[in-house]
Design a protein around this ligand. Sequence first.
Ligand code: F6P
Length: 532
Amino acid sequence: MLRDRDRCDAMIATHDGVYYDYSRQRVTAETMDLLFDLAERQMLTDRIRGMFGGDRINFTEDRAVLHTALRAGREGIGTVFVDDGVDAIREVHDVLDRVRRFTDAFRSGEITGYTGKRMRNVVSVGIGGSYLGPEFLHEVLKTEAVGISTSLGYDLRFLANVDPVDVERTCADLDPEETLIIVVSKTFTTAETMLNARTMRQWLWDFMGDDADVVRRHVVACSSVSATERVRAFGIDTDEGMFRFWDWVGGRYSVCGAAGAVPISLMYGYDLFEKFLEGARSMDQHFLNAPPRKNIPIIMGLLGCWNSSFMGYSSRALIPYAQALLRLPAHIQQLDMESNGKRINRHGVEIDYPVGEVDFGEPGTNSQHSFFQMIHQGQTVPVDFLGFVRSQHDLLMDNEKLSSHDELMANFFAQPDALANGKTADEVRAEGCPEELVLHKVFDGNRPSSSLLFPELSAYVTGQILSLYEHRTAVQGFIWDLNSFDQWGVELGKKLALDVKEHLMEARNSEVGDHEIIADNPATSRIMNYYI
Ligand code: F6P
């Protein structure tokens, strides 16, 4: 099929510099027709319009889903209303304007720390959606041309895990007098984030004294309006140092809002963050307006449904041929698995076919030397390959004909064909392979992948990539008729951790050795008593 030129031509879609080739997926023209029919039956385009327009599509929480408003241009003000008359895009721009003013003042030295020193370090405390998106963007901008020049002299770190070792690794070499802490938490209740926030506040107090002004000058928050009292109680100045989230943006969809805007603009300046928003906006417009057969996120979503529900492939890999995208797979993993890891549909009925994939990935070529063995000869794992025409930093050694980026990209081009074409027993024999090894060296081929080629890994293109994957997830949720915007599944673990903490507290409060923990079941009791 790969040699069929018409088929290849038909299975390419482009938008604003993005080139998407899905000719190596296990679909025929008829399969695609049927998938587009399915999209029509599920009223996909109406539902996409509903999402952009503020319909309450998060039906288990009765909320609108408006992460696209976070990157809408000012011309959108007055077009999307939520909660009986709130102008969503105006609210977004009010917050972004405040972020710009605050981060400019920080970077110019107008805002100083408690002891009058200029602040240069930023620690962003948050977990899950309040961490993974901003971190993936930071990793891209670290080596991006504008990012390099605008971040000179600044340092941005993320503190997510409640493991005390993460605190140590994050701030052992930081000067508290020169450090601003951002507490990013939509709810301002997440146990890990709140403990880390208290730890960082204590770290500041230990150094500069237990004064309320230390917190007012060194700690800001990105949080939802409903958490304002909790933010104030923590000691943060809610007028100057609090940047809003809204209920209509889920944590894992929040990187374009204050959660990403504050840390990234402190580190790189607001203008570069704005380029990221512009890239996301370009892809949003494509998703909203392009016909389904030319619409990249729609096609990617339909193929996701095809591969998991029809072909039965339960995992998929995301392989960026760009080291700066090393944290993209982790972000997309949360985005997609927290969104579509569900089993009850919109009508309250249990879905009796496979939905939702295990998403994983690592940059190429590193991943080729770790888990690609399985992708070539073990289970079938559909792959997205991401490549770039130009490198952020190319290298050409004196005696080399091809640059290092060409070397990297040679792998980007070769891997999809290796997966698709495979290698027959006859081809293996023709290479002189001993008969007893022939079967070990056969590649069955016909393994699906898509290739996405972008011009260069800039802030703008990163915005396009983000939007592309956010919308792929939404498409799959719409087709499967489930709610991609709630996350009840993480609640049970949180609740049980609270019960466990009570048992630990009781044990710690009693004399060593005289307290036996009786937990919910013998296995938990036994292992906890071993721990104590
Ligand atoms: O545990 C999952 C989760 O609820 C995510 O959805 C969210 O991004 C993360 O926790 C952090 O929540 P918050 O921003 O409220 O601290």
